[in-house]
Each structure stands twice: as C-alpha cells, then as structure tokens.
Design a protein around this ligand. Structure first.
Ligand code: SAM
Length: 173
C-alpha cells in the first residue's frame, strides 16, 4: 500500500435487521434500474413490528428502497465494467453495480398504495425475495439536484443509446 493511502482506524462491523422483503416477478434477470412503467406485481412487505413506521408514508409520491442484494454470485472487485458499458472499467463506487463491498442496493419507486403492511410500488429492479433494510421518503427539492450529470458516461460514445440500456428502456436499435 502506498504511503499516501491511509487506512482508517477502528473499522466497525455492523449487524442489521431486515425490515421486510421485496416481491417482484424477477427471479434471475431484472432491469438494471427500476422501470416506472414496468408491468407486474411489485410490492414491499414490511415485518409486522415495523408497520407503525409506515404512518404518513403515503403522503409522499416516491420512496427510496434500500435493500441487501443477497444473491450476488460474482467475485468482489474494486473495479467493475457495467454490462452496458462496452468494456469500460470504473471503480465500484463510481458504479451502481450490485457486486460491491456491502451489497447495498437503492431504488427510487413510486408508491401506488399502502395497504396494511404492504407498499405497492411501480417497477423495481430487485429479485423476488430481496431483503429490505430501510425505506425513506423521496422529498421534492431535497433529493433533486438540477445540475446532476452523467459522470464518466458522458465520455462514452453513443451516450443517448447507452442511457436507454442503463434505464432498461426497450428499444430496437
Ligand atoms: C445494477 S443493480 C442496481 C440496483 C439499485 N437500483 C442500485 O442502483 O443500487 C440491479 C441489478 O442487480 C441484480 N439484482 C437485483 N436483485 C438482486 C439480488 N437480490 N441478488 C443479486 N442480484 C440482484 C439484477 O441483475 C439487476 O439487474
């Protein structure tokens, strides 16, 4: 390790409780990111002891779903090449790859309705049975950055076409 790279002291190890489970039609293949118009049954089932935590969540239109990407089979690496990136390698933290040190996934979805302990949502990009770690409201202005960019994707050829792949938007070219 180079002298300039300093390790942090006292790395902590955490235990987390699953608060619910994601239900989707996907068992082996899922979109790379949530597709809002995706058809099918998408829901988050919350464990009974956390149900009171859903109070007033239905006043929001969108939520962040934070989950544990539990069926990762690929070996961990600090660089990844997203499937749509034509071999371009980037650091795992500059990517949305599911193969990352803590296997944490985050998806923004629309709330369709909340019935008892179930949140019915627009399309999710997680496999059926994915454990949920947290839910947070997506809040206007707080969570929208009008000057956000596409990062290293802007350096790639055919950016518009790539974005269709990234957003899992069907296209025939
Ligand atoms: C590119 S990741 C993006 C996840 C999340 N939207 C994010 O940005 O953190 C989505 C992919 O993860 C994979 N995936 C989804 N749920 C998974 C699970 N429970 N275990 C392993 N892989 C999963 C699927 O291949 C899906 O296409």
């Amino acid at each position: 390790m180079s002298d300039k790279i300093k390790p942090t002291e006292g790395i902590m190890c955490f235990e987390m409780n699953q608060i619910g489970v994601i239900r989707t039609p996907y068992t082996e293949n899922a979109p790379y990111q949530p597709v809002e118009e995706d058809e099918g049954d998408f829901r988050i089932v919350i464990e009974p002891q956390y149900t009171d935590g859903l109070y007033k969540l239905d006043s929001f239109r969108y939520i962040y779903v934070i989950y544990y990407i539990h069926h990762v089979k690929k070996e961990q690496s600090m660089t990844v090449s997203p499937p749509w990136a034509d071999g371009v390698k980037v650091g795992v933290f500059a990517s949305r790859s599911p193969v990352r040190p803590n296997h944490i996934g985050i998806s923004i979805v629309r709330i369709k309705s909340i019935i008892n302990n179930e949140i019915l949502t627009s399309g999710l990009d997680a496999f059926d049975g994915t454990p949920v770690l947290d839910i947070k409201p997506y809040i206007k202005d707080l969570d929208v950055k009008s000057d956000a960019n596409y990062g290293w994707i802007e350096e790639m050829e055919g950016q518009e076409h790539l974005l269709l792949h990234i957003k899992s938007i069907p296209h025939d070219y």
